[in-house]
Design a protein around this ligand. Sequence first.
Ligand SMILES: [Zn+2]
Length: 306
Amino acid sequence: MADNPTSTNLNFANIANDSATVHGNGTDSTSLHSGAARLHSIATRYSTGELAEACGVTVRTVQYYDSKGLLAPSGYSEGGRRLFTEADAERLRYILMLKSLGLGLAQIKGVLESPNRDTILKMLLDEQAVRVAEELDARKRQLQAIDTMRSDLELYGRMMATTELAMANRMNDERARKIWWATMIVVGILMDIAWIGTLVLGILTGTWWPFPIALVFVAIAGVWIVWRNLRHATFLCPECGAEFMTTYGRYLFSGHTPRTRKLTCPCCGQKDWCVERYHAERVDLAPGTCVPGTCTRESCDTNTRA
Ligand SMILES: [Zn+2]
């Protein structure tokens, strides 16, 4: 249907006389179209419905851009119906393309009406690129927040953040935890390389002096890992829900999995597998005490002291 020009008896004298009129607002008659295109544009005529179909939009969309002065008909039929040319169709497709990039009505109008169309368009696209990148960042953060909340519910059995600020802190903690775990893996590998390497060296060549140095390095690195890990970790009691900091002794000699440790809760006294929670900042608590506000029992030492 769109390929068939409207067969109505047309009043297109104005187009033949003044090519500027062909291009709707009369603002950009020379920039887009060659003489051949202009001939083609005169030959092809669309009603509003046909133009909408040719450009894959609704009639309302065509009427909307018409009403906003972005797309004026090139002529009218004898019955007073709006008629558009191929040049108008191109203009509409151009408008739709700019809109798909997220440009607003005023910006699109500015581009269409400017004699420096390409310069204006480039500036607008630069701005738009920044805006889209910011939106993308915001969406990424949203996705991270969703992931954090889901893993909190899975791991701790409850939401660990109920405000936006707390969520930002939780996400910061999660990032810091991943970096710390990667650090521990690297240091662990270096420790293994050091003692195994120097041991093999001693056996093969009889050169033993590097071995004790490697053992000292392994001991220092091991203590550093434990000390640092403990300073940044709290544990959640599955029995009473209290969050507490354990002592060095208990931490060192407790059974553990990558995310849990079998500890005695200072609040309820129950020994159970407590989930380890890593904090980006050092935990400012005395070993063996609860995070204030997490104790549910009145008799807990932390509550009593407070
Ligand atoms: Zn407890």
